[in-house]
Write a protein that binds this ligand. Structure first.
Ligand code: CP
Ligand code: NVA
Length: 308
């Protein structure tokens, strides 16, 4: 069964094929209304459950639109309105949903929920973000980088700020797509050792550099994310901001990257905190292409999951 649980758990050649299909499907839709059906409707007759235990704008809308463009149907479910994990076990929910739907996408807190869902579901399960990883985001980011600058292989990517769930999936992608990644942030917020070690084992050069200027020097791509993720307590906000203030991506920092470096952020962003509006809205920013590419990348992910 083709679950899409994490970048490092998916075959590298399959990842490349998904990106290529996403680019081709995006191209085929140029100039069409958003609601128009794709020429081929690979998901015709298919029902997809989209489960959210955390808020979402991009993931919710891009999956929903993507399924519909491919001729399928969706149901968007809120975890708190389901029996998920409190009225019954995750395993039982997985078994039941598998009798109704052909594909499950879930955004949850603890990764064990995703794992249990995928273990007991008899249909493919897609990770729509957990506290630890966000693989669909990184598929969109690779698609975005490559449509602007060509292959990401061998490029220098710099992650500035918190070594969080999105950073973790970037580390996985470094191994699978063959780019180098430099993390710059305070030691308290380093990415998990396990993820760093895995990327290194796969042959990528992974650097930890406390000085953001040194880190960004020579970068092909600079990436930021919120300093307080949905799973972080609001009471930690002030402490995190104090630790991270020196890692804001602003024009002065971007000036140390290559002159044709791109800037990415998965969004939602907190303007003037982790990144300034001048960078977000500036010529190097591709943040809204990333958001659009969630749609195209995930359509290809869903086709891969279903073998369609
Ligand atoms: N980037 C992302 O996953 O956005 P949402 O939280 O809006 O889905
Ligand atoms: N790191 C962020 C990503 C949101 C898409 C979070 O988990 O809240």
């Amino acid at each position: 069964m083709n679950h899409f649980l994490d970048i490092h758990k998916t075959d590298a050649q399959d990842l490349q094929a998904i990106i290529a299909q996403a680019a081709q499907m995006k191209q085929a839709r140029q100039g069409r209304p958003k609601g128009a059906l794709d020429d081929t409707q690979p998901l015709a007759g298919h029902m997809v459950a989209l489960i959210f235990e955390k808020p979402s704008t991009r993931t919710r809308v891009s999956f929903d639109v993507g399924v519909r463009q491919m001729g399928g149907q969706t149901m968007v479910l809120s975890g708190k309105d389901m029996q998920l994990g409190h009225g019954e076990t995750i395993a039982d929910t997985a078994r039941v949903l598998s009798r109704y739907v052909d594909l499950i996408m879930i955004r949850t807190f603890d990764e064990t929920v995703l794992m249990e869902m995928s273990e007991y579901a008899t249909v493919p399960v897609i990770n729509g973000l957990t506290d630890r990883t966000h693989p669909c985001q990184i598929m969109a980011d690779i698609l975005t980088y490559e449509e602007h600058r060509g292959s990401i292989k061998g490029k220098k990517v710099v992650w500035a700020g918190d070594g969080n769930n999105v950073c973790a999936s970037f580390l996985h992608a470094a191994g699978q797509f063959g780019f180098d990644l430099t993390f710059t942030g305070p030691s308290q917020l380093d990415p998990e050792d396990e993820f760093v070690a895995l990327a290194r084992k796969m042959g990528s050069t992974i650097s930890i550099e406390r000085d953001p200027v040194k880190a960004v020097t020579g970068a092909d791509l600079v990436v930021a994310d919120t300093w307080v993720s949905m799973h972080d307590s609001q009471s930690s906000k002030e402490r995190r901001h104090n630790m991270l203030r020196g890692y804001q991506v602003n024009d002065a920092l971007m000036a140390h990257a290559k002159s044709d470096a791109l800037f990415m952020h998965c969004l939602p962003a907190h303007r003037e905190e982790e990144v300034t509006s001048s960078v977000m809205d500036g010529p190097q920013s591709v943040i809204f292409d990333e958001a659009e590419n969630r749609l195209h990348a995930q359509k290809a992910v869903m086709r891969w999951c279903l073998g369609l």
